[in-house]
Design a protein around this ligand. Structure first.
Ligand code: IVH
Length: 683
């Protein structure tokens, strides 16, 4: 092996170890800067030496923005479900049944039931091969690219003694913190939030774009091993092995020696679970002896040696005092219940979300009712029922508001949407302030020194009505305002001025087109690199852009159809805000007008590199094959659907070598016999 390969292997090992310490052990062992430096060094070496490419490299864990379909994979061992029990009595019966069978007292491994989405990880010779969802239990979706972005999942195992082939089963979940952040971001762009962390985890895992997955903060916990032979005489010891090999297992596992100990475990976690940073909905009780597990076997659906005890959702009864309505920056109306304070799952609850008019109607929730509140995976609890018996005699159904509580405009509701909207975008105060707050936010224009309260203050004083007004602010307007001194006023003007340098893709996110989030804005800016081109783009052209579907395309068209928005854009232009992408120098025009789809893996380049090469030579990288596609750049393991569509539509299929020849880059024989591409471009 040569020096470069040794160095690459060394860096991969060190970075794997740092990831393990950080993501599995929660014990960071290097400064962020050091980690970034090692990662940069590895990236550079890998870029210079595509022959040492490895899909399991730590550099691959940031995801790729290439869209792909999921391949279906059959599980070697079916993925079973668990029998549920809802009472302690049923748990006692389960234990009784087993011990009648074995005629002795057994040990049970008690675990938490994680509320996420099940995953099966295949390892061959200690290396990660693929990750497959449960699907129908027999066949699932290969979501490996997405799962690689979850850094607590090892790509290369530590220690020794693993079976040559094994499937490690576990749960992918979204911790509360990531869930709250994701939903706040979704609400911000007018997307419906996820109902609970489980849906969010499942939805994220099926994302087509693994770079999005990488940002969403998923995590995983592993709780079972499937192989041709057991690796230990007990489940408890099997979990120890998983831990030794580098997997993240739960620290809430307890080996119980009697039904009383099982009950203690259940009681303890029934209350303590509310302190965990993730959602659990029960406990799983597993017979510990692996040989006995095999003897007991399974029904068609679930193993006979395990059972899940479901915790009762914690609820409390309290009185509904009043209902408020909040207006978001997109005009969406959210009803919020004010309650008589009540203790629930360790906190005092005063407010609960009511989601929308339909929910109020469905539950026939009325002011003055005694209501049941429940805490799910959300921080804000929800109302799940009404105690009709205690309803005051004079109670009347709650009439949902018809007009905006802030500006009095009549509300509208689209047929396919649950929420009401205030259409008065430019005259409704919380929408105006909300849009400016979004514009200045860190992920958008990052205008420091201006917070929500200052924006409100400037709005109240008539200094801000829309985002373009920011660039007209003058020192003498700001200094006299309460709480703002000379220094703060100068800071504000400086950061406003600095925002003129913010790249176009972030400006596009900042102006707040409904449904256009950060990622969509990036894709749009890459495909349609100026606001003028975007304004002129047809619906069809917008739909060509990756991640853009009908809903987003229509929203963009509606936005520019409003002359008030066009006026704001013109004022931003005059203020010097970036309304087009910085020019990247093209190497040639060889592929001008050509649309190319990439599929499979390649000998000499990673897919992001090929994408960059296409763009450097003026071509366009498309995500799926259609009538408009000129070439399908095919590598090993190409998606069968893509190949079939390309053949049917007569799209020309080219190899990596043919592609390199097209763009005028030749393959040359290296002295050590390895084929290497002589590159004019630097990666
Ligand atoms: S063991 C053969 N252990 O619950 C037994 N499952 O309702 C396989 N789950 O599909 C499951 N936490 O997604 C097991 N500690 C745990 C679990 C767990 C959550 C999920 C799993 C399974 C579902 C069954």
């Amino acid at each position: 092996m040569n020096d470069v390969k040794l160095q690459i292997d060394h860096l991969r090992r060190v970075l794997d170890r740092l990831n393990y310490n950080y993501y599995v052990l929660n014990a960071p062992s290097a400064e962020d800067r050091e980690y970034d430096r090692l990662m940069a060094e590895l990236s550079e070496l890998e870029a210079q030496h595509p022959e040492y490419d490895d899909p399991n490299s730590p550099t691959r864990r940031v995801g790729s923005d290439l869209t792909r379909e999921f391949e279906q994979v059959r599980h070697r061992y079916p993925m079973l479900s668990l029998a549920n029990t809802y009472s302690e009595e049923e748990v006692r019966e389960f234990v009784g049944r087993i011990e009648r069978e074995t005629s002795r007292q057994e040990n049970y491994c008690c675990e938490l039931k994680f509320d996420g989405t099940a995953i099966s990880l295949t390892y061959e010779n200690g290396r990660f091969v693929r990750a497959v969802t449960r699907g129908d239990g027999a066949v699932g979706d290969d979501v490996s690219a997405n799962v690689r972005t979850i850094r607590s999942i090892p790509m290369t195992l530590m220690g020794e003694g693993w079976p040559e082939y094994m499937e490690i089963r576990g749960e992918i979940y979204m911790p509360h913190e990531s869930f709250e952040r994701l939903n706040a971001e979704r609400a911000d762009i007018g997307e419906e939030p996820f109902a609970n962390p489980r849906n969010a985890a499942a939805g994220t895992l099926k994302q087509q774009n693994s770079a999005v997955v990488a940002q969403r903060g998923l995590d995983a916990v592993l709780y079972a091993l499937q192989a041709d032979a057991p690796v230990a005489p007990s489940h408890y010891e099997t979990l120890q092995k998983l831990k030794e090999w580098g997997f993240k297992t739960s620290s809430a596992v307890r080996l119980c020696h009697s039904v009383e100990e099982i009950m203690e475990y259940i009681h303890y976690w029934d209350t303590e679970r509310h302190k965990l940073p993730y959602e659990t909905d029960g406990a799983v009780i597993k017979l510990d002896d692996t040989r006995l597990q095999r003897d007991l076997g399974a029904t068609a659906k679930a193993p006979r040696w395990a059972v899940a005890y479901k915790f009762k959702a914690e609820q409390a009864a309290t009185r509904l005092v009043s209902i408020d309505f909040q207006v978001g920056r997109t005009g969406a109306i959210t009803p919020v219940a004010n309650l008589t304070p009540v203790r629930l799952a360790g906190t005092t609850v005063k407010r609960a979300s009511l989601h929308n008019a339909e929910q109020i109607e469905l539950l026939d929730i009325r002011v003055g009712d005694m209501v049941l509140v429940e805490k799910g995976g959300e921080i804000i609890p929800k109302i799940v029922g009404v105690d009709r018996e205690q309803r005051p005699a004079d109670s009347v159904p709650f009439p949902y508001i018809t007009h905006c509580p802030e500006c009095g405009t009549e509300l509208v509701r689209a047929e396919d949407e649950a929420k009401h909207y205030c259409p008065n975008a430019t005259g409704c105060p919380p929408q105006i302030v909300g849009r400016i707050v979004h514009y200045i936010s860190r992920k958008a224009m990052n205008i420091e020194g201006l917070g929500d309260e200052t924006v409100q203050l400037l709005y109240n004083h008539g200094l801000l009505h829309d985002v373009a007004d920011l660039y007209d602010l003058r020192l003498e307007d700001l200094v006299p305002l309460d709480r703002l001194g000379q220094k703060s006023a100068e800071n504000i003007l400086n950061s406003v001025s600095k925002s003129r340098g913010v790249p176009y893709s972030r400006v596009l996110f900042a102006i707040g087109i409904r449904y256009v989030g950060e990622t969509t804005a990036k894709k749009l800016a890459a495909a349609i690199p100026s606001i003028d081109a975007l304004m002129a783009a047809s619906r069809e052209a917008l739909l060509e852009v990756e991640e853009v579907g009908g809903k987003i395309a229509d929203s963009i068209i509606d936005y520019f159809a409003d002359p008030r928005n066009v006026e704001i854009i013109e004022r931003l232009r005059r203020a010097g805000v970036q309304l087009q992408a910085a020019q990247t120098e093209k190497l040639s025009a060889t592929l001008a007008g050509k649309k190319i789809v990439i599929s499979g893996t390649f000998d000499h380049h990673s897919r992001p590199e090929l994408k960059e090469l296409i763009e450097l030579h003026s071509g366009t990288n498309q995500s799926s094959v259609s009538k408009t596609t000129d070439y399908l750049l095919a590598g090993a393991g190409i998606g069968p659907k893509k190949l079939e569509t390309a053949t049917k539509l007569g799209v020309r299929i080219i190899s990596e070598e043919e592609f390199m020849e097209m763009i005028g880059e030749k393959s040359v024989e290296k002295t050590d016999g390895m084929l290497e591409i002589k590159q004019q471009t630097l990666f």
